[in-house]
Design a protein around this ligand. Structure first.
Ligand code: FES
Ligand code: FES
Length: 188
């Protein structure tokens, strides 16, 4: 009887080992993927990087270029915290492969201030107490920039529509809308 129990335990252990091997294999295969050279144009500067082809732009901005103003939260395109501008269009960088951003102009929140001076939208966010947390704000500001570049004097409805993909989990959007309106007034 004792022998039978021991045999059962041995079978269980070898099955577990085989299962572990099966789980590990795709990971090992992934490790064999070769890095490739990618040229990214970020905030008016060129960066030549050696990266794995499956790295997202959010990962590369944060981990390779230390541009940590781009936040990553849901990693599945639902929250908008990772928003950057790609040729002026707001894009979720958690859904975009860094390699696919080659040849495009990438703007992150770090690229808005110039010569030590905040961008007018950033100033409006500060003045109107719209910076409620550091997590949603970068994406919110970049979305606002794309909106105002295209439509310098949007209605409140157009502002709310534009930022509808940028989720704030903690409070209302009133101050944010107010700040974007104020930034659009500044441009008049
Ligand atoms: S982290 Fe990209 S949309 Fe949420
Ligand atoms: S203020 Fe950033 S998530 Fe609400």
């Amino acid at each position: 009887m004792r022998k039978l129990v021991r045999n059962k335990r041995a079978v269980k252990q070898s099955t577990k080992k085989a299962a572990n091997r099966a789980v590990k294999q795709p990971m090992e295969q992934a490790m064999r993927v070769e890095k490739r050279k990618v040229l990214l144009h970020v905030n008016r500067e060129e960066h030549e990087l050696l990266i794995y082809p499956h790295r997202t732009l959010a990962e590369v901005l944060r981990n390779e270029l230390q541009l940590t103003g781009t936040k990553q939260s849901c990693s599945e395109g639902a929250c908008g915290t990772c928003t950057i501008l790609l040729d002026g269009i707001p894009v979720r960088s958690c859904l975009l492969l860094a390699a696919d951003a080659e040849g495009k102009e990438i703007t992150t929140i770090e690229g808005l201030a110039q010569n030590g001076k905040l961008h007018p939208i950033q100033e409006a966010f500060v003045d109107h107490y719209a910076i409620q947390c550091g997590f949603c704000t970068p994406g919110m500001i970049l979305t606002a920039k794309a909106l105002l570049d295209k439509n310098p004097h949007p209605t409140e409805e157009e502002i709310r529509n534009a930022i509808s993909g940028n989720i704030c989990r903690c409070t209302g959007y009133a101050k944010i809308v107010e700040a974007i309106k104020a930034a659009s007034e500044m441009a008049r």
